[in-house]
Design a protein around this ligand. Structure first.
Ligand SMILES: Nc1ncnc2c1ncn2[C@@H]1O[C@H](COP(=O)(O)OP(=O)(O)OP(=O)(O)O)[C@@H](O)[C@H]1O
Ligand SMILES: [Mg+2]
Length: 418
């Protein structure tokens, strides 16, 4: 998959012709040509300085290793080119995977080290890096790789795209938006990942309401005219909820139904996945029926249900439509509002849904009350926090801290591959 980063073309892109769009907010993306270098090795630094001199006006050199890069990049936007030194690291591959978690997908990473080992090279490439060079560094090789990244001509590994999380409410009112906004907020604000939330409930604008933002018409414009969506349009159309959390949400007129083409959704997702570490989609059931291919994109699909008999049946039906999970596509069932009046007892629910839920969140009146305060109020509810904790851990790649069920172990392995 080509990895040309979203922002690579912003500076030269044609102005978007779609209107109306909200006033352009301060850009939160990294500048087009930036480079950061983490090494403590003076010789290596000297060679890299020489390589970068003709490629870009300036680069930031930090005396540190990949460990410092992971820490710092979790707190700030990533550069276009990142060079990290793994010399002395006990497990460079694990560290590069951690780095990939905090880096934006459009960042091209070059790793330098002191080990001349083809297996290490292959594993690092699989982890998504552009190239690995062992010391002493050769100027022409480093220059070539760095230039490829800065000009956008290198192909990066597919794993450098973001991770898709579809939150599919199997029927109305089960709590899909609450879960989608809470999880997106958590990953952006508590885990410092760059996150986009795409609200495909085009007539409700609920995600915007939860995030205390104003929905715009831009999302529908983008879906109706996918050919007009360029990087500049996206940058202007996206609602910047926080520095790391972006939202695409609309509140369309109920009397002007729009025909949603799957191609436009796929095209929009493709663009978002190149720019964000996580892309959450709040997907109502009536929209999901029209998007079978979207449901099969690699990532995580969360089937959210309530505790009623109809909800249980819907989960089983959606499982049939979506098919079994795989290494690339995990399907989790979240049973929300468990214990709500009218809900089935656990054994009966299990029988009707034919599989036990992966995550259960109890019914809590406080959640419904707190929803008027938006996502921060909802996340303040211990029931929801506790209920979503396994999901948060899994998404943040911390499943090893969760109880050692087969489910957790399997997911942990899969998530580490992402
Ligand atoms: N565990 C819970 N306990 C009690 N109330 C909850 C719980 N989860 C969500 N709610 C409440 O249920 C209501 C519906 O939630 P939400 O809007 O997230 O559902 P939805 O599936 O997105 O609905 P819609 O079909 O309208 O899009 C909200 O008032 C929310 O606060
Ligand atoms: Mg909703």
């Amino acid at each position: 998959m080509s990895s040309e980063p979203l922002l690579a073309t912003v500076a030269t892109a044609k102005p978007a012709s779609l209107a109306p769009v909200p006033p352009a907010p301060a850009p939160t993306f990294a500048p087009v040509l930036t480079a950061m270098v983490y090494t403590r090795d003076r010789d290596a630094e000297g060679v890299i300085r020489q390589c970068l001199t003709n490629l870009l006006p300036s680069a930031e050199f930090i005396s540190g290793t990949v460990v410092n890069a992971i820490k710092q990049l979790a707190q700030r936007s990533s550069p276009r080119l990142l060079i990290v030194d793994v010399t002395g690291s006990g497990d460079p591959v694990a560290q590069i995977r951690s780095l990939a978690e905090v880096c934006e997908p459009g960042t091209g990473v070059i790793v330098i080290g002191d080990s001349n080992d083809i297996r290490l090279y292959r594993e690092l490439r699989r982890a998504g890096i552009v190239d690995y060079f062992f010391k002493p560094l050769v100027t022409t090789l480093v220059t070539q790789a760095a230039s490829g990244i800065l000009t956008g001509t290198v192909e990066q590994h597919a794993s450098r795209t973001g991770r898709l999380v579809i939150v599919l409410g199997v029927r109305g009112g089960v709590g899909a938006t609450t879960i989608a906004t809470s999880a997106a907020w958590y990953m952006a604000e508590k885990r410092q990942r760059r996150v986009a939330l795409l609200d495909l409930d085009l007539y409700a604008g609920d995600a915007a309401l939860q995030l205390d933002a104003a929905p715009t018409h831009a999302l529908c414009e983008a879906l109706e005219h996918p050919e007009r969506v360029d990087e500049l349009f996206l940058e202007r159309a996206i609602i910047h909820v926080t520095e790391r959390l972006s939202l695409l949400s609309s509140l369309e007129n109920l009397n002007s139904p729009m025909v949603l083409g799957e191609e436009s959704v796929l095209s929009l997702l493709d663009k978002l996945l190149r720019a964000y570490r996580y892309v959450f989609v709040d997907l109502p059931a009536e929209m999901a029926y029209r998007l079978p291919r979207v449901l099969h994109i690699p990532g995580i699909c969360l089937l959210v249900s309530g505790p009623s008999l109809v909800s249980a049946r819907d989960v089983a039906r959606w499982r049939e439509i979506i098919g079994p999970g795989s290494a690339e596509r995990q399907i989790l069932h979240i049973l929300n509002k468990n214990g709500a009046p009218g809900g089935l007892p656990s054994a009966e629910f299990l029988r009707a849904a034919s599989q036990a839920p992966d995550i259960t969140i109890p019914y809590d009146h406080n959640i419904a009350v707190a929803s008027s305060l938006g996502v921060k109020g909802v996340l303040g509810c211990a029931t929801l926090q506790h209920g979503l904790a396994p999901l948060f851990s899994l998404m943040a790649g911390e499943a090893e801290e969760a109880p050692h069920s087969l489910f957790n172990r399997t997911l942990n392995r899969l998530l580490r591959r992402a």
